[in-house]
Design a protein around this ligand. Structure first.
Ligand SMILES: CC(C)(COP(=O)(O)OP(=O)(O)OC[C@H]1O[C@@H](n2cnc3c(N)ncnc32)[C@H](O)[C@@H]1OP(=O)(O)O)[C@@H](O)C(=O)NCCC(=O)NCCS
Length: 338
């Protein structure tokens, strides 16, 4: 049975059942990834940025003979932002190839169509059945990134400490757990505006104006995801010359996510990228002692960033692909009667 589902008022048993399905999927498709925990899972599923909406459906097994609700075996949500809907579908490995995935996509696609959106995007992990699934539904590949993972047990900490000090004179580096301080928000947002050029094709708009940046940080905190920032300040102008962001999610606190790293064009060539990333790892080692790995995503054409990551010890892990489809075509393909 498929029904619309709201994580904000779902029962704890439903949240726990969805977690079980998610972890069964990870064990099958991405066995190297850490299993998720229940901490802040409801908030992770429910909280959105101002102006965005997330609508969810679940596929639930029939109730048991004694009336106990059946487990949640499938889940889809679509995040409506800007002009597109971003989709995510999960089906428990024990019930795959029975049309549940297709049915969930149809529910979401119909709603996205009714709401007047034109296209749907999705992130698809390379080397998993999701590639064949989305291609069978007519989604086209738009963009490919490489995910790389750094194992902190393999880091040479003495070398990293040296890297962290190897930046040109005229800059100083600051560490800000929780996000940039308010007096630096505007300078920080100006530096983030730089990434718009290189993020072409990304599903999520970058937070390049101060209010959007504040909203984005608030949203991260509400979802149980703790941001850490290291930035390089240009002493002469007070401008943010470079920044790097890592988020430690309560749902998988042993593996952190690297978000943006930016060195503003006028400040490139002074070793800022290497120094701020090295400093971040040194700080995380004491701030988050349970942390074992950091994962990052890079465009395959971004050779400079890939080189620095390789020096730090990141190893390429998987392709991470963005696919998209025209909503009207998708609805017609899945439900030709309409
Ligand atoms: C992708 C996924 C949603 C598919 O769910 P599903 O219920 O098995 O999909 P369906 O049964 O509706 O399949 C529809 C079509 O997709 C294609 N397809 C699905 N799985 C496939 C596979 N393993 N190999 C080849 N084609 C496949 C087929 O064309 C299939 O039609 P058919 O069975 O009539 O041949 C499911 O495998 C899944 O949850 N994967 C993990 C998703 C994810 O994002 N993981 C990230 C880590 S959490």
């Amino acid at each position: 049975m498929v029904r619309e589902w709201d994580p904000r008022n779902a029962s704890s048993a439903e949240i726990a059942s969805l977690l079980e399905t998610l972890n069964a999927i990870l064990a099958t498709d991405l066995p190297q990834d850490p299993p998720w925990r229940e901490t802040c899972l409801r908030e992770y599923l429910a909280e959105v940025m101002p102006g965005e909406r997330r609508i969810s459906w679940v596929a639930q097994a029939e109730p048991a003979a004694d009336g106990t609700p059946g487990p949640i075996l499938g889940h889809v949500h679509v995040l409506l932002l800007g002009s597109i809907g971003v989709l995510e579908v999960l089906v428990h490995p024990s019930v795959r190839r029975r049309g549940i995935g297709r049915d969930l996509v149809l529910r979401a696609a119909r709603r996205v169509y009714q709401e007047g959106f034109e296209s749907i995007g999705v992130e698809v992990v390379g080397g998993t059945p999701a590639i064949a699934f989305y291609e069978s539904l007519g989604f086209a590949r738009e963009y490919v990134e490489t995910r790389s993972v750094l194992d902190l047990n393999e880091v040479d900490w003495a070398e990293l400490a040296q890297m962290s000090t190897g930046l040109g004179t005229g800059y100083h580096v600051q560490f800000h757990p929780g996000g940039p301080p308010d007096e630096l928000i505007e300078a920080y947002a100006r530096a983030k505006a730089e990434i718009r050029d290189v993020e072409d094709g990304e599903l999520r708009p970058s937070s390049y104006d101060p209010q959007r940046l504040r909203d984005s940080l608030d949203c991260l905190h509400r979802r149980g995801m703790k941001p850490y920032i290291v930035l390089a300040l240009h002493e002469q102008t007070g401008e943010v010359a470079g920044l790097t962001e890592v988020v430690v999610p309560a749902q998988h606190p042993t593996r952190a996510d690297q978000y943006d790293t930016i060195v503003v064009q006028d400040h490139q060539g002074y070793g800022i990228d290497r120094a701020i990333k090295a400093r971040m790892l040194l700080e995380l080692r004491s701030a988050e002692p349970q942390l074992e790995e950091v994962q990052t995503w890079n465009a395959q054409a971004n050779e400079a960033m890939l080189k620095v990551n390789a020096e730090l010890g990141y190893r390429p892990d998987r392709e991470w692909c963005e696919y998209s489809v025209d909503v009207a075509e998708l609805v017609h393909r899945l439900d030709p009667t309409r």
